[in-house]
Ligand binder design. Structure first.
Ligand SMILES: Nc1ncnc2c1ncn2[C@@H]1O[C@H](COP(=O)(O)OP(=O)(O)OP(=O)(O)O)[C@@H](O)[C@H]1O
Ligand SMILES: [Mg+2]
Length: 455
């Protein structure tokens, strides 16, 4: 056993559960030799009473035991000590039990006789997964606001702690995170955790609504305000009155609209298009963007004053690769929610998922699992199915925003090629004014000169 492992384990607490006392003794001696602090229990039942006293950071349990078996113990742990990693050992690794265990989210599974190194590797991973350093979970009822959010990583737990704290006030919250990291889900959770939870949560994607419609969409309009306005219509600010308004992709908002939004936020009132008077509104603003607003500000594409209005508190959603521990439980969650034959993953398949780079984050993970589920013919998903899905889907699985960005860039390149690098001409072809066109070029880091014909 290597020294680094000994040091890593020093003083960490592991509970060993097995109904075979001699095996228990042997394993305990081996594990203590690595620096671990080990307590033992000879039944699942006994383990349940040891856990609260010893508060282990990891449980290793035999599967087959009289009285309370490994799976029953694991269920107990899930319910009473969520987040406590559990490794299950079995003398007869039957597929059915392996499925049942992974299905419930057991973290590791080893078939006896196992290699010490294998067990140590699992222990290292298990200890890294432990979230028991966190305060005990509050009651299920108090936690409903976060029910849709599947996570066990320390970074997500600390983010959720922040969400709960800022939910108590009405400050504007800005959520920054890559595409597919769960920004909208966090915005919803923030609303649910707030005292506004019984009022509406309204989400608006600012990049999906054409610029000229955004104003009437948000502020409403009066009948006859513009051609096509045959009826007066309430804007989303009013619809969300008393609740929360989630402005998604605010980085894509035009400078002209930014001014209007800033005014509305400063005054806490909105003026519908074509109206003479303003209407007071009480909404909590949550905003998000997958783009770096600081960067947009430095490029003068986003107003600093609006930024400070929106961004009283920033919540940063880490990319999936910064919370690898979440991948197994997210993957399991998506399988469980599918109508598939599949119930869990082979260890190899799970490792593949954990080591992938996930440019599209949780959204991509969900798409991949959905895809895999339609092809699964066995309860345990084999690694080759994961391989195939990752290869096939990689190219096609862009988020809406990434696809849009790619399209925009390709389109601009094509225009510049057609116009031989002449910006006025390219802008004319695109039916955009020159200022706006320059801004687009800047956003994509394109230089018109590169497209001038070589002499
Ligand atoms: N922690 C999580 N637990 C369960 N589901 C999640 C989690 N995070 C994200 N999802 C799911 O992943 C998908 C993407 O989440 P969401 O739409 O909130 O992300 P986003 O950051 O707003 O993405 P985009 O940038 O593409 O708009 C949704 O189907 C959501 O339910
Ligand atoms: Mg979103």
């Amino acid at each position: 056993m290597s020294e680094s492992i000994d040091n890593n384990f020093h003083g960490q607490r592991v509970l060993l559960v097995d109904d075979d006392p001699s095996l228990l003794k042997l394993l305990a001696v081996r594990l203590r030799a690595t620096g671990l602090e080990v307590q033992t229990a000879t039944s699942g039942k006994q383990a349940t009473s040891v856990i609260p006293r010893f508060s282990p950071q990891l449980v290793i349990t035999d599967l087959r035991m009289a009285e309370m078996d490994g799976l029953a113990l694991f269920s107990h742990i899930q319910e009473h000590h969520p987040g406590l990693p559990t490794i299950i050992l079995t003398a007869h690794g039957t597929i059915k039990e392996a499925v049942a265990a992974t299905n419930q989210g057991a973290f590791g599974f080893l078939t006896k006789p196992f290699d010490s190194q294998e067990l140590l590797t699992l222990i290292t991973k298990g200890l890294a997964l432990n979230i028991n350093a966190l305060p005990n979970q509050t009651t299920a009822e108090q936690d409903t606001w976060r029910h849709d959010i599947i996570s066990q990583s320390v970074v997500m737990e600390s983010l959720l702690g922040e969400v709960q704290r800022v939910a108590q006030s009405d400050v504007s919250v800005y959520i920054q995170g890559e595409s597919g990291t769960g920004k909208e889900l966090i915005a919803q959770a923030l609303h649910k955790a707030s005292k506004r939870s019984d009022k509406p949560f309204i989400a608006v994607n600012c990049s999906a609504i054409p610029e000229d419609l955004l104003e009437s969409e948000l502020f409403g309009h009066r009948k006859g305000a513009f051609s096509g306005a045959t009826e007066s219509r309430q804007g989303l600010f009013e619809t969300a009155d008393g609740g929360s308004l989630f402005l998604d992709e605010i980085g894509d908002m035009s400078p002209a609209f930014q001014v209007k939004l800033l005014r509305a936020l400063q005054e806490s009132e909105i003026r519908p298009v074509g109206a003479n008077t303003s209407i007071a509104v009480d909404v909590r603003i949550i905003s998000a963007s997958h783009r770096d607003l600081q960067q947009l500000i430095s490029e003068e594409l986003f107003r600093m004053d609006l930024y400070y209005r929106l961004n009283v508190v920033t919540l940063r959603l880490p990319p999936l690769t910064e919370r690898l521990e979440d991948i197994p439980i997210l993957a399991q969650h998506f399988i469980t929610n599918s109508a598939s034959l599949a119930k869990g993953f082979s260890n190899e398949a799970l490792e593949k998922l954990v080591s992938y780079h996930w440019p599209g984050n949780v959204r991509q993970l969900k798409n991949i699992i959905d895809h895999i589920c339609t092809f699964a013919t066995t309860p345990l998903i084999p690694v080759n199915l994961v391989d195939n899905a990752l290869q096939e889907k990689q190219a096609t699985l862009l988020s809406f925003n990434d696809a849009k960005t790619n399209f925009e860039r390709d389109y601009l390149i094509k225009l510049l090629q057609l116009a031989n690098g002449n910006v006025t001409e390219a802008a004319r072809l695109a039916k955009r004014n020159r200022t706006e066109f320059y801004r687009l070029l800047k956003r994509h880091d394109l230089k018109a000169a590169q497209f001038k014909p070589q002499k």
